[in-house]
Design a protein around this ligand. Structure first.
Ligand code: ATP
Length: 232
């Protein structure tokens, strides 16, 4: 089981500061949604947690162990996997090769190629095709499958619905719910507020590099979200 906590997290791209003291907790077994306008810092938060942006150790904890500043491959060993915005598949590799790329972790667990194909049968049929020859929704399945191959206990999903048709998004969120029911801790970055609230236990809204709202998803009002989203 994994709980992630950030404490006064500050992140920079060179001299540009993107996060200004972010405190969030992603609880074990829960689904947490991160919402916020373009440029609010949602992706930067995900990247910081995954070790893709340098931070100090005291800013990020996994189950009370300080992991800020560690290289990304060591963060994967703590049970965190990211489904990146834009899917990031390798065009020269097949569907199967793209999925298997995610298995470079020493973690043991239930996930295998066979189990990914059980979750997404269409990928088994297309396993030998180029990853980028698939539809957008199928590419997103490959990206999720690749993340699951590291046997994570916490899955960070950055805008998995971007650019996809509503019926495909519905299918992907059914998968997210299945994973949650199996005990996976999940963080979703999502532009669609209603959809985020429909799956989340806890919701954070970000604005200009800060957390502007933190609430139970069941109890939050749309007025509070509007204020936090637009800074009213
Ligand atoms: P979006 O919904 O557009 O993905 P976001 O909430 O994920 O937005 P971030 O991508 O985290 O926002 O961006 C936060 C801030 O950091 C923005 O001002 C953005 O312009 C800046 N930023 C993001 N990536 C870089 C980068 N590689 N170099 C410099 N600045 C960056």
């Amino acid at each position: 089981m994994t709980t992630i906590t950030t404490r006064n997290l500050k992140s920079y791209y060179g001299d540009f500061q993107a996060l200004f003291g972010v405190d969030v907790t992603f609880k074990s077994g829960e689904t947490t949604a991160i919402i916020g306008a373009n440029g609010a810092g949602k992706t930067t938060l995900m990247k910081s947690i995954c070790g893709m942006i340098n931070t100090t150790p005291q800013m990020i904890y996994v189950d009370d162990v300080a992991v800020g500043g560690r290289p990304a491959h060591t963060v994967i060993e703590t049970g965190i996997a990211m489904v990146p915005e834009g899917r990031r598949l390798f065009p020269s590799l097949s569907v199967e090769e793209n999925i298997v790329l995610g298995s470079h972790s020493h973690r043991s667990g239930p996930w295998s190629l066979e189990r990914i194909y059980d979750l997404f049968p269409v990928l088994a049929e297309r396993r030998h095709l180029s990853g980028t020859s698939l539809s957008g929704g199928q590419q997103q399945m490959v990206s999720i499958g690749r993340a699951l191959m590291s046997n994570p206990t916490m899955l960070l999903c950055d805008e998995i619905s971007l650019g996809l048709a509503p019926v495909i998004i519905e299918d992907l969120y059914t998968t997210i719910k299945t994973l949650k029911d199996e005990g996976m801790s999940i963080v979703i970055v999502e532009q669609d507020i209603q959809r985020a609230l429909s799956v989340a236990d806890t919701v954070y809204c970000m604005q200009e590099g800060r957390v502007s709202l933190s609430s139970s998803a069941a109890e939050v009002s749309l007025d509070a979200i509007r204020d936090a989203y637009f800074g009213m």
